[in-house]
Ligand binder design. Structure first.
Ligand code: NAD
Ligand code: UDP
Length: 314
């Protein structure tokens, strides 16, 4: 095995911290870069004693220089509450972050993977979503700082590849959950689990008939690693998600059932431009990466609930 030096931006976040852990386990040297906007040191503190792990506080909107073989570009808040908190900063993080990391990849001839999102499909009119679908995004809506930021980042990636031969990989991640999500992250799985475990009201936005397809984090990490290692001329974008689709009401009921909670379901207003449906078509990932998700919702929820339960008790 060749030990690679790998940069993970957003490495102290939910997905990034688990990616750092996996890359170290695979025998690589990992540099984790984060500005701690939504990430936390607690996610990576257990890695600090590892001599092959390095932590750098840095904001990707500023240039950064290092010598590495591969870059995973994850830096960007992912929860609607957090990415809408400072919309201008969110779009700067996506666009300037992509420019800085692609410039670095070009200079040092590193391979670079972009953590794009199912949000590039917006409120989709094609279902399930295939990579060839261009999406249905409101360019001036509440979610646009994130959606259009990620769409611009994809454009930058593709053009650095075409113009400068940068070796790129783009994955479009669908709703992912699991241990290490911030308990107050604001996304639906962590909200519902925290509420159910504390017997608080479960907050459903709208009528709960909107759908999402939930992927357990271990499946995502495996997909990311396979994409980075895929054949040189496969750049993506490729969907990485679990095609099993649920309504938000079904999710709430499942979490209440597993936690044996006495929580009541309450209705709150649906945020604007909230997508009505979302389900990945993963034919391409299966063909190119030999990848498909292994962990289904109930099994993943049980592991995630155990994590939040221990967090509350500690
Ligand atoms: P997260 O919020 O837990 O992690 C994002 C990390 O990026 C945090 O550690 C944060 O502090 C860091 N960050 C934010 N702005 C930064 C900046 N300007 N400079 C340096 N670091 C910065 O979110 P996550 O769920 O781990 O998502 C990771 C990536 O995957 C994001 O790019 C997100 O858009 C993408 N993604 C995630 C999902 C999902 O369901 N989890 C779905 C689609 C796409
Ligand atoms: N949602 C909800 N209650 C919550 C948090 C979210 O009903 O406490 C809904 C939200 O309106 C959306 C879905 O759950 O329809 C998924 O929301 P999340 O923020 O997790 O991700 P995204 O909308 O980006 O897919």
């Amino acid at each position: 095995m060749i030990r690679k030096k790998i940069l993970v931006t957003g490495g102290a976040g939910f997905v990034g911290s688990q990616l750092c852990e996996r890359l170290l386990l695979d025998g690589h040297e990992v540099v984790c870069l984060d500005n701690y906007f939504t990430g936390q040191k607690a996610n990576i503190v257990h890695l600090m004693d590892n001599p092959y792990f390095e932590l750098i506080r840095h904001d990707v909107t500023m240039p950064f220089f290092i010598e590495v073989d591969e870059i995973y570009n994850l830096a960007c808040p992912a929860s609607p509450i957090h990415y809408q908190y400072n919309a201008i900063k969110t779009i700067k993080t996506s666009v300037m972050g992509a420019i800085n990391m692609l410039g670095l990849a070009k200079r040092i001839k590193a391979k670079i993977l972009q953590a794009s999102t199912s949000e590039v499909y917006g409120d989709p009119q094609v279902h399930p979503q295939v990579e060839s679908y261009w999406g249905h995004v409101n360019p001036i809506g509440e979610r646009s700082c994130y959606d259009e930021g990620k769409r611009s980042a994809e454009t930058l990636f593709v053009n650095y590849h075409k113009q400068n031969n940068v070796r790129i990989k783009i994955i479009r991640i669908f709703n992912t959950y699991g241990p290490k999500m911030h308990p107050h992250d604001g996304r639906v799985v962590s909200n519902f689990i925290m509420q159910a475990l504390q017997n608080e009201d479960i907050t459903i936005y709208g009528d709960g008939q909107q759908t999402r397809s939930f992927q357990y984090v271990d499946d995502l990490i495996e997909g990311m690693i396979r994409m980075m290692a895929s054949r040189e001329d496969f750049t993506g974008p490729v969907n990485i998600g679990n095609p099993n689709e649920f309504t938000i009401l079904e999710l709430a009921n499942k979490i209440i059932e597993i936690t044996n909670s006495s929580s009541k379901i309450i209705r709150m207003p649906l945020p604007s431009d909230d997508p009505m449906q979302r389900q990945p078509d993963i034919t391409l990932a299966k063909k190119e990466l030999g990848w498909e998700p292994k962990i289904q919702l109930e099994e993943g929820l049980i592991k995630t609930i155990a994590y939040f339960d221990s967090l509350i008790k500690s």
